[in-house]
Write a protein that binds this ligand. Structure first.
Ligand SMILES: *Cc1c(COP(=O)(O)O)cnc(C)c1O
Length: 239
């Protein structure tokens, strides 16, 4: 094993242990939580090693970075999640490799994703990104729709050809009433997820929790955690 692969293996084992303990602490089964490794800013060679180590879900947040990486890894059986703020002019590219877009936060994006999915003859999974700190009708600083906009977007995704409504995603807010209160934030997201499922029973995904707060997300009931730093190391510069 190369040094890098050994390092990734050790980090993965640690994250695995954290998820297992977090599940055990609240009586959840380990299989109820899917680990998504956020590979942004790291090279395709890391994605390849992660695949060799058993990772099957990866996430990226910038199309410029993700598109060539996905092409370089096209031979691997991986589910690609797009988790960044998405401009409509990048939608066609993202739709060519992403299996799930977790950052759906406005109607215009739903329309663009649907057109691109139909054109590419693909079905795209969609999560509504919820900005827990956004006011009614607004979007969050890190993307996401205000909670009272969830249902309208969900209905739009449901009605859109080529799109599949999979659930909700959030990033713990840095400001507002939930700043520094990850557990409360994720509990709130779960309330919205439960409400969403009442009208859309197939929308079972709840994506929450990152390297610093995955335990809070697992405790709240997240089905997917998105972990970057704890697996790959601290990112140099932006990302
Ligand atoms: C970068 C990123 C993550 C991973 O964050 P870490 O702190 O590195 O684990 C998760 N979700 C989103 C939306 C991200 O952009």
């Amino acid at each position: 094993m190369t040094d890098r692969k050994a390092q990734l293996a050790a980090n993965l084992a640690q994250v695995e242990e954290r998820i297992t303990s977090a599940c055990a602490a609240v009586g959840r089964k380990r299989e109820e939580v899917t680990l998504i490794v956020v590979t942004k800013t790291y090279p395709a060679s890391d994605v390849r090693m992660l695949h060799e180590l058993g990772v099957r879900h990866v996430a990226e947040n910038r199309d410029q970075d993700a598109a060539p990486k996905a092409t370089a890894c096209a031979d691997l059986s991986l589910t690609w999640h797009f988790v960044g703020q998405l401009q409509t002019n990048k939608v066609r590219s993202v739709t060519s490799y992403a299996d799930v877009v977790q950052s759906v936060d406005r109607i215009k994006l739903v329309t663009a994703l649907s057109a691109a999915a139909v054109r590419a003859e693909r079905e795209l999974g969609c999560l509504i990104q919820v900005a827990l700190d956004a006011e009614s009708g607004e979007r969050g600083e890190r993307g996401g729709v205000a909670p009272d906009g969830i249902e309208e977007l969900a209905a739009a995704v449901d009605a859109a050809e080529g799109l599949r409504l999979d659930g909700l995603m959030t990033v713990a807010p840095l400001a507002g009433p939930f700043a520094g209160r990850q557990r409360a934030a994720f509990d709130r997201l779960m309330e919205f997820a439960t409400r969403l499922r009442a009208g859309h029973p197939a929308a079972t995904m709840v994506s929450a929790g990152m390297s610093a707060d995955l335990e809070d997300a697992v405790a709240a009931g997240a089905t997917h955690v998105r972990v970057g730093t704890a697996v790959l190391g601290v990112r140099p510069g932006l990302g």
